[in-house]
Structure formats: C-alpha cells, structure tokens
Ligand binder design. Structure first.
Ligand code: ZN
Length: 139
C-alpha cells in the first residue's frame, strides 16, 4: 500500500523511492543523510559509511528540504513526521531519535495509538487517556 511521509513544517515529501530521507546530525556535530525504512517497526537504515554514531547517541533529525528540526515538542527524545495513506488520511508518526532505541508510535486524528518496537514501553504517556493527552499535545 502506498504511503507518503511528509515534513510537518514544509509539507515536502520525505519518502523517495523505497526510503524516508532525513538530514541527521550526531553529537560531534557531523551531518549525514540517513534513509529509514517506511514500514513501522522496521529499523533498517542506510547511511554513508563516513557518517557514524554510537548506540545510545541522541541524533538530531532535520527535514532535508526546509531544514526544520523534526524533534517533537511533545517529547525531546522523539522525532515527528506526518504519514499520509492512500486515502489522504493523516497520522502523526513519532519515533525515538536515540540510536538503537526501537520505539515507534502512529497516532491517528482520533488520538488512537498504534505502537511498535521493543522499547516502545518507555514512552508510556502514549497510553494515557485521550482527554489528558490533548492538553499535552503541543506539536
Ligand atoms: Zn520540511
């Protein structure tokens, strides 16, 4: 099924071909392009071998088109992008920006959440009731 990944700021398409493209900076302030698999829960990534980061390192994710930081205002450990399905229905996708941490959340307009990844229990507020979550959601 065709899905699009969109920058929440400039609405540019981040998925080209089979991967979602991000500009990523590591803690040494080195930058590289990183390609992530569009299937939620698949943590496969592709990068140039000259760009490196360690497990547990906090990475900065930016839109390659408008350079805006994609770090969520909701939780600074998470990155937020918009996913649009073939019916043009939109979801907020959150995933961890800590290298090696596998936590991904798909939040629908009605606030229903699908979570995946072996570390997804770490961000427990995705389980708190919708009425409370509404007030936390600043993004
Ligand atoms: Zn953008």
């Amino acid at each position: 099924m065709q899905k699009y990944y969109i920058c929440p700021e400039c609405r540019g398409h981040l998925k080209v071909g089979e991967y979602i493209i991000f500009t990523v900076s590591n803690q040494k302030d080195e930058s590289g392009l990183v390609l992530l698999h569009p299937q939620l829960g698949n943590y496969e990534s592709i990068k140039h071998p000259t760009f490196n980061y360690k497990k547990g390192e906090i990475l900065d994710f930016h839109c390659p088109l408008c350079s805006v930081s994609l770090v969520s205002q909701y939780d600074k450990n998470l990155v937020r992008v918009v996913m649009m399905d073939k019916d043009k229905k939109e979801y907020d996708i959150y995933f961890s920006r800590i290298a090696g941490e596998m936590s991904t959340y798909k939040v629908a307009e009605d606030s229903s959440v699908m979570q995946t990844g072996e570390h997804s229990h770490r961000y427990t507020y995705f389980k708190i009731p919708e009425e409370v979550r509404k007030y936390l959601h600043k993004a």
